[in-house]
Design a protein. Structure first.
Length: 574
C-alpha cells in the first residue's frame, strides 16, 4: 500500500499547484466562488479514485509516468473545479480556469515531446549498457550435450492432463511453465494457479506445483504438494505483483513473475526488475535486479540478477531477454539508423518458445536464451547469426554466420517441417541452431495440433533438402551424422579431435554415388569404426577391396565413425 499511496500523492502535485494559484487569484479579486474547500473536496475525490486505479494498474514511480499522471489529473481536476464553482443558467467569465487549462496544455506540449525525444536518444545508452561479445562460430556439441529440450507446448499439454491429482481440481489451472535444473535434471516447473476471483476467495491458497522433464519426451509430470498463499492468481494484497510493487514501487517490472524451486523443493516467485535511465523508461541493462518472493510468508528480497540465490536459473526474464535482443539488433548505430539506412541492423526472429526466445542449457548446466537474427530486408530468410543471453547475468554473446553465409533462419526451418506433414498438420516448434561436426544445423521439435510431440527434425542450415527425422534426440543425431558422412561436401575433418593413426586389413567396403561425387566407406578387421573418405580426396580408394592392408589418419568421433584425411593402400598407393 505504501507504493500505491506514494504514487497517488506524486500524481497530484500539478493539481495542487494550480488549485492554490486559482484560490489566491480569486481572493485577490475578492471573489468567493473558488474556495479551499472546493479544491480539497476535489483533491480527496480524485485521490481516492486515483489510488483505487493505481491499486490495479500498479504504475511504477518514474519521471515519465509521474509527468503524464500529473497532466491527466490536473486537467480532470480543473474541469471539476470549474463545474463546481459556476452558477447554473448564468454566463460567467472563466478567465482563471482558461488560464489554468492553458498552462496545463503548454506543459503537456513541452513535456511530452521532451520525454519522447529523450527516450529516442536514450536508446543509444540502453544499447551501450549491454554486456556483449561477438564470436564467429558456435562451439560444437559434445557427446554429453543434450541437443534439444521438450517443447513447452508438449510439456503443458501433458501436465494439464494430470491436473486431476490435485484436490479441488476445479479451483485451479496450470500457471506459466519455467525451465530450470533440479538435481542436475532439466525440468519444467509449473505452479498451480486459481482460475478466478471466486475460486481464490474459496480456496485462499494453492496446492503446489508440477515438474516434468524438459529432455525426455516419455517422462510423466509429477505433482509436488507445497501450499502457496501468495501467487500470481491471488487477489488484493496476496497478489505477487502487488507485493513486489509495494516493496519496490520505483522499479519497472519485466514480464510475469515465475516459479523457481530451491534444493529443498520449496517454490519461490521470481520477478525481473530494472531502474530506468535518466528521465525515461528505457532500461539500464547493466543494472538488472530480481525480486524473490516467499509464496508462504509474502516476504520479498531484491538482488542483482547475477547475485541471486544459486537455485535461480532465470533471474533475467525471457521478456527482458527479448528486449535485450531488440536493442542489440536494431540500435547498433542509433535510432536514426534503425529507420534510415539500417547499416548492420539485425532483426530478432520470433520463433522462440518464451517471448520470442528459447531457453537452452549448456554442458555446465547454465541457462541461456537463444534467438536467431535475420536481415531487416523483406523476403530474406537467411540467418545473420544468433545470440545467447545468459539467464543470470544478461550478458549477450553474438555468433555471426560470416563463416557460414547463406544459412536459413529459424522461420525457414519451421516451414520445412510444416511442409513435410501437411496431411497430419504437424508443425515445427522450438528451432535451435547447433554446430554439429562443423555443420550449422537446425534442430526442431515436430508437434501435432494438440501440442503432442511426434518427432525430432535435424535440418542442415545451408541445405533445405538435407533433413533427417527421428523419434529420439540421440537416434536422430546419430542418423544425421551418418547422413553427413555420406554427403561428399561434408566428408572432411571438423577439427574437434586430433587425427589418429590406424592400420589394418579391410573387412568390408561400400561405395555410394552422391550428387557431388562418390564416397567410400569401409571397416577394418577387429575395428567397429566406420571409416569414410571421398573419391575426390583419394581416387584410388574406389578400388579398395576386402583383404587390402591400409594405413590411415582419421578424425575418430564418439559415434563410431571416422573421417579419413590420408590413406595408404598396400599395392596401390605404394
Amino acid at each position: 500500500m505504501t507504493g500505491i499511496l506514494l504514487t497517488a500523492i506524486l500524481s497530484f502535485i500539478l493539481y495542487v499547484v494550480l488549485s492554490i494559484i486559482l484560490i489566491v487569484k480569486n481572493k485577490i479579486k475578492k471573489k468567493r466562488k473558488i474556495t479551499t474547500q472546493h479544491a480539497a473536496f476535489i483533491f480527496a475525490l480524485l485521490f481516492i479514485i486515483a489510488s483505487i486505479a493505481n491499486y490495479f494498474i500498479l504504475l511504477p514511480i518514474t519521471i515519465p509516468n509521474m509527468v503524464i499522471a500529473n497532466l491527466v489529473i490536473a486537467v480532470i481536476g480543473i474541469f471539476l473545479l470549474y463545474g463546481m464553482t459556476q452558477t447554473p443558467g448564468k454566463n460567467k467569465r472563466s478567465g482563471p480556469f482558461e488560464a489554468a487549462l492553458g498552462l496545463v496544455v503548454i506543459l503537456a506540449v513541452l513535456a511530452l515531446p521532451t520525454i519522447f525525444v529523450l527516450g529516442i536518444f536514450t536508446l543509444d545508452n540502453s544499447y551501450e549498457s549491454i554486456n556483449q561479445n561477438e564470436v564467429e562460430e558456435a562451439k560444437p556439441l559434445s557427446k554429453d550435450d543434450t541437443p534439444i529440450s521438450v517443447s513447452p507446448e508438449f510439456a503443458r499439454n501433458k501436465t494439464q492432463k494430470s491436473m486431476s491429482v490435485i484436490p479441488n481440481t476445479q479451483f485451479y489451472d496450470l500457471g506459466k511453465l519455467q525451465v530450470q535444473t533440479l538435481e542436475n535434471d532439466v525440468v519444467f516447473v509449473g505452479p498451480v494457479e486459481f482460475t478466478s476471483f471466486w475460486k481464490w476467495f474459496r480456496g485462499k491458497e494453492t496446492e503446489g506445483y508440477f515438474t516434468i522433464s524438459a529432455t525426455n519426451v516419455n517422462a510423466q509430470p509429477e505433482f509436488v504438494e507445497s501450499k502457496m498463499e501468495y501467487t500470481n492468481s491471488s487477489y488484493f494484497n496476496k497478489n505477487i505483483e502487488r507485493v513486489i510493487y509495494g516493496a519496490y514501487p520505483s522499479y519497472i517490472r519485466s514480464g510475469e513473475a515465475q516459479i523457481e524451486v530451491d534444493k529443498n523443493g520449496k517454490p519461490w516467485y521470481v520477478q525481473t526488475l530494472y531502474k530506468p535511465i535518466g528521465i525515461t523508461n528505457k532500461p539500464d541493462l547493466q543494472d538488472l535486479k530480481v525480486a524473490i518472493v516467499d509464496p508462504v510468508e509474502g516476504d520479498v528480497k531484491l538482488y542483482a540478477t547475477s547475485e541471486a540465490p544459486d537455485f535461480v536459473d532465470g533471474s533475467v526474464s525471457s521478456e527482458m531477454a527479448t528486449d535485450v535482443n531488440e536493442y542489440f539488433g536494431k540500435y547498433v548505430h542509433g535510432w536514426l539508423n534503425s529507420i534510415f539506412g539500417k547499416k548492420d541492423v539485425k532483426i530478432p526472429n520470433e520463433s522462440g518458445t518464451e517471448s520470442s526466445v528459447t531457453p537452452i542449457f549448456d554442458e555446465n548446466g547454465d541457462m541461456f536464451y537463444f534467438t536467431d537474427m535475420t536481415s531487416p530486408k523483406e523476403n530474406i530468410d537467411s540467418a545473420l547469426g544468433y545470440t545467447l543471453i545468459n539467464a543470470r547475468t544478461g550478458d549477450l554473446t553474438y555468433y555471426n554466420s560470416k563463416k557460414n553465409s547463406g544459412i536459413m533462419d529459424s522461420t525457414g526451418a519451421k516451414e520445412i517441417v510444416d511442409k513435410e506433414f501437411p496431411e497430419k498438420n504437424w508443425k515445427g516448434s522450438m528451432p535451435v541452431l547447433y554446430n554439429i561436426d562443423g555443420n550449422p544445423t537446425w534442430i526442431v521439435n515436430v508437434l501435432d495440433p494438440n501440442g503432442l510431440f511426434k518427432k525430432y527434425a535435424y535440418i542442415k542450415a545451408s541445405d533445405s533438402d538435407f533433413v533427417v527425422f527421428g523419434d529420439t534426440a540421440r537416434e536422430t543425431l546419430e542418423a544425421y551424422r551418418l547422413q553427413l558422412l555420406q554427403d561428399p561436401s561434408n566428408v572432411s575433418s571438423s577439427g574437434e579431435t586430433p587425427l589418429q593413426k590406424r592400420s589394418g586389413e579391410v573387412n568390408r567396403v561400400l561405395v555410394t554415388t552422391q550428387n557431388n561425387g562418390q564416397v567410400v566407406q569401409f571397416l577394418l578387421k577387429g575395428d567397429k569404426t566406420i571409416y569414410t573418405i571421398t573419391a575426390g580426396k583419394a581416387p584410388l580408394a574406389l578400388f579398395l577391396q576386402a583383404g587390402d592392408n591400409v594405413q590411415l589418419e582419421a578424425n575418430i568421433r564418439d559415434n563410431g565413425t571416422g573421417i579419413v584425411e590420408t590413406i595408404s593402400i598396400d599395392g596401390l598407393t605404394e
